[in-house]
Design a protein. Structure first.
Length: 210
């Protein structure tokens, strides 16, 4: 099964991608990881991507899709894959189609904005060891102190409510047209994110019929 996962920052798509990957034995392909891997391996497209990244420019869609095609041609992706973080725009979706990449389903994990703001603004990360917590779902034993190493468990700047709201607005602007694009093809499936991760996973599996 070839899947695209859509979801706002903090909707939990990374967690669900891991669950699908484990269930079906197919790789989760993240655009960022894929670019770094191509650069590290020194492939022709990797060198082009590196030149763009070194100059501070965005890596062009042509290069990203070329690297993606190389990645999905690898043996571990022969039975399917999950695309996480690509496409982000209709232009990228069209380019994917024109290069003959077949997608079976586009799965959106939908969570209301306010719930995402509450969820993300409650996250705390240890500045020393990187352990993550949540004031509601996974609190530290002592407020502001990491259970693992005793370092400071603090809110990251990009988890502040005003920053989360801004990221959500950008996501809605870019992704609403993408959802409409895949809706027209009949490939879009939507799952409502639940409070418990396991409940969302159950719905995801049922929706995909796996």
């Amino acid at each position: 099964m070839n899947l695209i996962l859509l979801g706002a920052p903090g909707a939990g798509k990374g967690t669900q991608a891991e669950a699908i990957s484990a269930k079906l034995g197919i790789p989760q392909i993240s655009t960022g990881n894929m670019l770094r891997e191509a650069v590290k391996n020194g492939t022709e497209l990797g060198m082009k991507a590196k030149a763009a990244m070194d100059s501070g420019a965005l890596v062009s869609d042509d290069i990203v899709i070329g690297i993606l095609k190389d990645r999905i041609a690898e043996p571990d992706a022969k039975n399917g894959y999950i695309l996480d973080g690509f496409p982000r725009t209709v232009t990228q979706a069209e380019a994917l189609d024109s290069m003959g990449v077949t997608i079976d389903h586009v799965l959106e994990i939908h969570v209301e904005d306010q719930r995402i703001i509450d969820r993300m603004s409650g996250r705390r990360v240890c500045v020393a060891c990187g352990a993550s917590y949540h004031v509601q779902y996974k609190p530290t034993k002592v407020e502001g102190v990491c259970d693992a190493c005793g370092g400071e468990a603090a809110q990251r700047a990009d988890d502040a409510p005003e920053t989360v709201l801004s990221r959500l607005q950008v996501y809605q602007e870019k992704t609403a047209p993408l959802k409409a694009y895949y809706e027209k093809t009949g490939k879009l499936l939507t799952v409502e994110g639940q409070e418990e991760v396991a409940d969302t996973t159950k719905l995801v599996f049922e929706t995909l019929g796996i």
